[in-house]
Design a protein around this ligand. Structure first.
Ligand SMILES: [Mg+2]
Length: 484
């Protein structure tokens, strides 16, 4: 009997038990050599893993090493707590429930980790946030400007800190595009690199095409690729004029080779998504909607100097479009830090988590930990300004590209203060020389690396509080909020 068949025979029992053990999964052993994780919500088997009897327990299986063995229903079935689901309601003690009316948001790289390695102060900070059962006692969410699949990052954070982080608790740069529901069923060109289609589907877009599809349908367009140019010269091509009109362009991240993407995106923008014939004039048609996620011009990686980020690609696109048409490129939406929509989405996320934890009080304060003054801190300060907009005697209006959609999807906005907390474990270095390099270069030399649609204001990059690391910051918050 195959292991899969064997597991299916046990599925009935598992599904019955699911009704009272909602957040648990079954590990079923066969001859103590194999086991499988069952996805009980769908009743399907996700995957098979090897179990090594020479090493007792589940220690040999990476993220499963942290499973808590609970009970044996029969010699072949072991129930364990699933680390990536919060469907089992995590209730706080009534004492804590009454006190908590705030949420904590963490940038990831430079705050909690460097690359794939968690930082020691972050491990200590997370321990401080756990209750006696190892669950987080304060609602938190993770807000990164990377573009990736949420489940991958959730799994990584869970492993780093031995805590249950479901994918819904992770906000990547494109995640708030979940709110742009009017585009979700439109024919969408997705630009990015690995997992771009998975990411677009995860945030709700269902009718997707890629730049390769555009290139194949309209082979005469890409003359920056000389191989294609030679192919066309030989007549070795076939057009597809019936290719569906593109309705919207979703820029998830920079593509691998920019020149082809720049040419074809401009072609789509100028032809209302149907570049099989030239428009009568470059300004005769309305510009196709374009959504851009993550505007970071550069970012720090292993190299000694900052590297191009998605913002560099956007700058090329904006410059080309402006040069060709004489008009500025208009974004339907900018998404990702430091734009307000991301922080609004983050407030919604921590509110959802707070409710699941049994916290009934509306959240009044957000604490945002970041290592990059011009992204994390500017964004938190912009959101603080946004939520206090009624108090602004000069009036307050967001630019079109930064408007937050009115939607029932979001919980009511209740937060009254968004406190930015800068840490010294990433981009920002807290010493006079480095301060000059990281925070004040823009003001001293008038070089602003932020996006065109976010006007430079020196004060926006100043944090509410500076701490050496996230552990010091969590101690500060717990003391301030009087949480033991
Ligand atoms: Mg960072």
């Amino acid at each position: 009997m195959s292991i899969k068949r064997y597991l299916h025979l046990h599925l009935d029992l598992c599904l019955k038990l699911q009704q009272r053990l909602l957040s648990w999964v079954a590990i079923i052993t066969q001859n103590e050599t194999h086991f499988s994780e069952l996805n009980l919500r769908s009743g399907s088997i996700d995957s098979l893993y090897h179990y090594h009897p020479s090493r007792p327990g589940f220690h040999s299986i990476e993220w499963k090493a942290k499973f808590e063995k609970k009970c044996f229903l029969n010699p072949n079935v072991v129930w364990i707590k699933h680390p990536f689901t919060n469907s089992r309601k995590h209730e706080l003690s009534s004492n804590t429930k009454e006190k908590v009316d705030f949420g904590i948001l963490f940038d990831v790289d430079g705050v909690l980790a460097r690359g794939s390695m968690p930082l020691d102060p972050a491990k200590k900070a997370m321990e401080k946030l756990k209750d006696s059962e190892g669950n987080l006692k304060v609602p938190v969410a993770f807000v990164t400007n990377a573009s990736n699949r949420s489940a991958d990052k959730a799994r990584q954070i869970s492993n780093w800190f031995d805590v249950n982080v479901p994918p819904e608790q992770v906000i990547h740069a494109p995640t708030p595009a979940k709110l742009l529901r009017q585009f979700h069923d439109k024919h969408t060109l997705v630009i990015g690199q690995e997992h771009k289609l998975d990411i677009a589907e995860e945030i709700g877009f269902s009718n997707l095409c890629t730049i390769e599809d555009i290139k194949e349908a309209y082979p005469l367009l890409d003359m920056v690729d000389h191989e294609n140019r030679n192919r066309v010269a030989k007549g070795d091509y076939k057009e597809n004029p019936n290719f569906l009109k593109v309705d919207v362009i979703l820029l998830i991240g920079e593509p691998c080779r920019w020149e082809t993407d720049l040419q074809l995106i401009i072609d789509l923008l100028l032809t209302d998504g149907k570049p099989n014939e030239a428009p009568e004039g470059l300004n005769t048609l309305a510009q196709l909607p374009i959504i851009a996620c993550n505007m970071d011009l550069v970012f720090m990686a292993e190299a000694c100097m900052p590297r191009f980020g998605h913002g560099a690609f956007l700058l090329c696109l904006e410059t080309l479009y402006h040069k060709l048409t004489g008009k500025p490129l208009s974004y339907q939406n900018l998404v990702g830090k430091p734009c307000e929509i991301t922080y609004r989405f983050a407030e919604h996320t921590v509110s959802t988590i707070a409710r699941k934890m049994g916290i009934s009080k509306p959240l009044k304060r957000l604490y945002f930990f970041g290592d990059n003054p011009s992204v994390d801190i500017v964004g938190a300060n912009l959101y603080d300004r946004y939520i206090k907009r009624q108090e602004d005697p000069n009036g307050y209006e967001l630019p079109f590209s930064r408007l937050i959609p009115e939607t029932d999807y979001l919980h009511k906005q209740t937060v009254e203060h968004c406190h930015s907390i800068l840490v010294g474990t990433g981009v920002y270095k807290h010493c006079p020389e480095e301060v000059h390099k990281t925070m004040s270069t823009t003001s001293k030399t008038h070089v602003y690396h932020g996006h065109r649609d976010i006007a430079y204001e020196e004060d926006l990059s100043k944090p509410y509080k500076y701490v050496e690391d996230v552990h010091e910051g969590i101690e500060y918050i717990l003391k301030r909020e009087r949480i033991a």
